[in-house]
Design a protein around this ligand. Sequence first.
Ligand code: AAT
Length: 290
Amino acid sequence: VIPGWFSEMSPMWPGEAHSLKVEKVLFQGKSDYQDVIVFQSATYGKVLVLDGVIQLTERDECAYQEMITHLPLCSIPNPKKVLVIGGGDGGVLREVARHPTVEHIDMCEIDKMVVDVSKQFFPDVAIGYEDPRVNLVIGDGVAFLKNAAEGSYDAVIVDSSDPIGPAKELFEKPFFQSVARALRPGGVVCTQAESLWLHMDIIEDIVSNCREIFKGSVNYAWTSVPTYPSGVIGFMLCSTEGPEVDFKHPLNPIDESSSKSNGPLKFYNAEIHSAAFCLPSFAKKVIESK
Ligand code: AAT
């Protein structure tokens, strides 16, 4: 450990640790679920850390939040009812709010401290909470989905932390089953699905579960986020049986003139949407054979 630097260490990425120079620690707390830290970094702006793992930095959060949101929402016509699991910082809400057809956004985050800290230290991210369509529930996403009405959502976005700690069940088969149940026919889900470089075993499991459960299409996409382990992170995108969804060819572009208050898009565009589904050969082999 280098004094004055934060190093991200975890058994989920043994033998490596990305480090950021710390200018100042702004918040340190312990919630019922996890350790919460906010620090000012030298080069990536403010950083939110849960249980020693970076959740976002001001500089590169756009790459993650825009992709996890617009990959699903730009792939279906007229999304109206959206559910967000996790995502306590509000960034996914900020992105969902860019879609004028959306009428209602439920969000279920387990940890109120993440919400409060984000409102205090990351106003440009937590701005998502200001949208009147948002209904925030503090609770476990697994329980929330078990009780959700059948066929009620056009899209579910699972902005989850890694499967060590409170998010463990969000990577398991019963959870995906309740997501499928809560979606309308031809509804879509996008879940945080870890790194091609580090977690092919986890990805294989998710893909084979999803192929069993989602009878529409099942796809893996990825994006570059420099402060996430290995610098990339992926998403599992699936649709339920019903109107076909072609994730690789987005049909519902964002009208930026209707979303000025949330600032311009920084990362997402139609070309990067399609490109996100191109896989390196080593991953293509595994994912397409499942
Ligand atoms: N949007 C940026 C990053 C995240 S946030 C993940 C969120 O999921 C956290 O706020 C955490 O409190 C919440 N969470 C964890 N488990 C649950 C659960 N069971 N139900 C509801 N919310 C939950 C993701 C960062 C990815 C990091 C990659 N290394």
